[in-house]
Design a protein around this ligand. Structure first.
Ligand SMILES: *Cc1c(COP(=O)(O)O)cnc(C)c1O
Length: 740
């Protein structure tokens, strides 16, 4: 449902190998390629990691010569643009289509109708098949816009097909439209139109809104109709559909595709239930992205039934058969079955639907997959042994190294040749050159990138920062579990030490944040205000100038990530252990030679395995410890504060407005979260370990050869986090499809 693709022009030139030719040609016209890059819009058609992963995946599929299509929504407005005013986040609309999108091609001839609401008309045909038809439904026209996805050094050009809800279209047959309730359709022109109007800005927390459910059915129904009709037009046999089509659902947002395929196979192709079900399960794979309980999608039954009556009927029957199957097995009593049911607690549980309707369920990093299998989804993994597997996320090195850090890419070429561009596993060949010049060269390039970022920071925030300080960066969505709060607590402690004249061993540091918060997520917004408040105080204090600068860059998006990540010395990956499914920002930083400051969470575990304990800085509770506290209690945040005078100081400073605030009790939400509400993400518990870990970095950084060596090892071992590897594993283990 999300594809956070970033700007396309540069990626197109890299993948087609046309960059040099175009650069030369433009020179004759007096046009600089960089100026064109600037004009290219950055489509914000996703919230964060999940949507960015989908974008890396379609790039890798094309580059591995796998025929594949990304199916999503052409949102009229992408993720909001963030302004920071007086330290507060202000959201403004992302009107990215104001200038026509030159990279898309409207395929009006492939438009489809998606049917909402209506009444079900059933009758038994003479052939014993139950024929089901919808009447008086609200038809919505789905029009696809295709964005090309060229592979790197490959003949293949795949497609990202984004569906737009439209109400009029010249190439469209209105007779089909009028089979529905035309009057209501006309009356509802504004609502129909609004389906693809805007991306919901929630990252990991669905809001259960009717329009969101409409969006989910809209693009899955259009997508499935499209897949099926192409397959049949190409002469495919419907009973072999699953042998030629694999559909991977990215989280549960597209899980309605499962009952939708059942509907198409049964109602439109005349298959019986059992045959349709076998084909459906063999077709789908489901990728789970989170274990946060609040992130699991549940749709209220009355809403679901009314909007999607036929789909609801099919889900009920899927569940009836599933429950019957469970009850035939030993060890599945009432309680356990109730926990596993697709329909329960007045809602349709989309994760359960996705698990039951797929032949593969995967997590996105080893730790995450293990927690799914052994804890969160244990009931299911015991019932379906063999269905559960891991596919650790990855990133495309074409955008995140070749595109974002051309200087480093050039240095790698000069050191080991260009083979790594096609096969990023070859980055390991750098290893033997680390102490023969490569680490020094990478360090010098990093300094250049830091200087460029410093220029951008000055331009956008008027804060001057020193490229010789440690660039310590945390960029990702603002979420309590990601613990930007821990970072800013560390900053406040540093500031207090500076004010106390206690600076021995302290290395100058620039702490940089960038993050969007969900507009209705009060705690997240309060955290942004706290960061900006602390930043203002620190940056205006001459006494702190030699040691500390704090920057919050507004409007984190793919383009800003490409600017910031190559300039990072330290990559902050400090989520509460067990909460971050994988992370991909961690991999981008690693590939650009930053040292990770990490908890043992998500793919950080595998990064540690790749680089070894000497080349990563670890701290904090383990996931087992966190889960144990959650299950058995025993954590008291008040005790942490009582036993640590640094925390005591910080908390009373925040309360008293020492760092400055706009109104009374400005930061009560954050303080209540940490104390009264029990500090659910263990910020105070991990504070001491975090501060020590940062102090350790100061020592390491001041030894330039040691630090630059660590950075180089990270680059050399980052190839395993290429999304090409991830996609090869999906192709081999889940899709059963050949690849380069
Ligand atoms: C990579 C990326 C993310 C995901 O970052 P995490 O640190 O893994 O949460 C989010 N937003 C953008 C713009 C990204 O490029």
């Amino acid at each position: 449902m999300e594809f956070l693709i970033g700007k396309l022009l540069e990626n197109y030139l890299i993948n087609t190998g046309l960059k040099e030719v175009v650069e030369e040609g433009l020179k004759d016209l007096g046009i600089k390629l960089e100026d064109l890059y600037e004009m290219d819009p950055d489509p914000g058609l996703g919230n964060g990691g999940l949507g960015r992963l989908a974008a890396c995946f379609i790039d890798s599929m094309a580059s591995l010569d796998i025929a594949g299509t990304g199916i999503g929504i052409r949102y009229r407005y992408g993720l909001f643009r963030q302004l920071i005013q007086n330290g507060y986040q202000v959201e403004t609309p992302d009107n990215w289509l104001k200038i026509p999108n030159v990279w898309e091609i409207c395929k009006a001839e492939d438009a489809r109708i998606v049917k909402f609401g209506g009444n079900i008309n059933m009758n038994w045909g003479g052939d014993g098949h139950l024929y089901v038809e919808l009447e008086d439904y609200e038809p919505v026209l789905a029009v696809p816009y295709d964005i090309p996805v060229p592979g790197y050094d490959s003949e293949r050009v795949n497609t990202l097909r984004l569906w737009s809800a439209e109400t009029e279209n010249s190439g469209f047959d209105f007779s089909e439209f009028s089979k529905g309730d035309y009057d209501r359709a006309v009356e509802n022109i504004t609502t129909a139109h609004s389906i693809s109007n805007v991306l919901y800005p929630d990252d990991s927390t669905p809001r259960g809104k009717l329009l969101r459910l409409k969006q989910e059915y809209f693009f899955t129904s259009a997508g499935l109709q499209d897949i099926l009709s192409r397959y049949l037009k190409g002469g495919g046999n419907i009973r072999e559909f699953h042998l030629y089509n694999a559909i991977q659902i990215n989280d549960t947002h597209p899980a309605l595709a499962i009952p939708e395929l059942m509907r198409l196979l049964i109602d439109e192709q005349g298959l019986g239930w059992d045959d349709a079900w076998a084909i459906t399960v063999a077709t789908f794979g489901y990728t789970n992205h989170t274990i946060l309980a609040e992130a699991l999608e549940k749709w209220p039954l009355d809403m679901f039934k009314k909007l999607l009556p036929r789909i609801y009927m099919i889900v009920e029957e899927i569940n009836r058969r599933f429950v019957a199957e469970l009850s035939m097995k030993d060890g599945y009593g009432f309680d356990r079955i109730a926990k596993m049911s697709i329909i329960g607690d007045g809602a349709v549980k989309m994760a359960h639907l996705a698990i039951v309707g797929s032949h593969s369920v995967n997590g996105v990093a080893r730790l995450h997959s293990d927690i799914l299998k052994n804890k969160e989804l244990r009931n299911f993994s015991e019932f379906y042994p063999g269905k559960f597997n891991n596919k650790t996320n990855g990133i495309t090195h074409r955008r995140w190294l070749i595109g974002a850090n051309p200087e480093l890419a050039g240095a790698i070429d000069r050191t080991i040749g260009t083979g790594w561009r096609k096969d990023p596993g070859k980055l390991t060949e750098l290893e033997k050159f680390i102490d023969r010049g490569f680490s020094d060269e990478a360090y010098a390039i990093k300094q250049n990138n830091k200087e460029r970022l410093a220029g951008y920071i000055l331009k956008t925030t008027e804060i001057g920062v020193d490229k010789n300080s440690i660039f310590d960066i945390q960029v990702k969505r603002l979420h309590m579990y990601k613990r930007q709060l821990l970072n800013i607590f560390g900053v406040m402690d540093m500031y207090n030490r500076i004010k106390a004249g206690n600076t021995s061993g302290m290395y100058p540091r620039t702490v940089i944040f960038s993050a969007k918060a969900f507009p209705g997520y009060g705690l997240a917004k309060n955290t942004i205000k706290l960061i900006c408040t602390v930043a203002d105080r620190v940056n205006s204090d001459k006494e702190a100038a030699d040691f500390l600068r704090v920057v919050f860059l507004p409007n984190y998006d793919v383009s800003l990530a490409e600017r910031m990540i190559p300039a990072g010395d330290i990559s902050e990956q400090i989520s509460t252990a067990s909460k971050e499914a994988s992370g991909t920002g961690n991999m981008k930083f690693m590939m650009n030679g930053a040292v990770t400051l990490a908890t043992l969470d998500g793919a950080n575990v595998e990064i540690r395995e790749a680089v070894g304990d000497d080349n990563i800085i670890l701290f904090g509770l383990t996931s087992d410890e966190v889960i144990s506290y959650e299950q058995h209690g025993g954590y008291d945040p008040y005790r942490e504060v009582r036993n640590d005078s640094r925390l005591e100081a910080i908390i009373s400073q925040i309360r008293e407005g020492y760092f400055g605030f706009a109104g009374k009790n400005e930061f009560t939400p954050v303080l209540d979260h940490l104390l009264k509400d029990g500090d659910p993400y263990f910020v105070l518990k991990d504070f001491d370990a975090y501060v020590s870990a940062r102090d350790k970095i100061d020592g390491i950084y001041s030894d330039r050869s040691r630090f630059s060596r660590m950075c180089a090892v990270n680059i050399a071992r980052s190839g395993r986090f290429s999304s090409d590897n991830t996609i090869a594993a999906y192709a081999d283990d889940i899709w059963n499809v050949k690849h380069r």
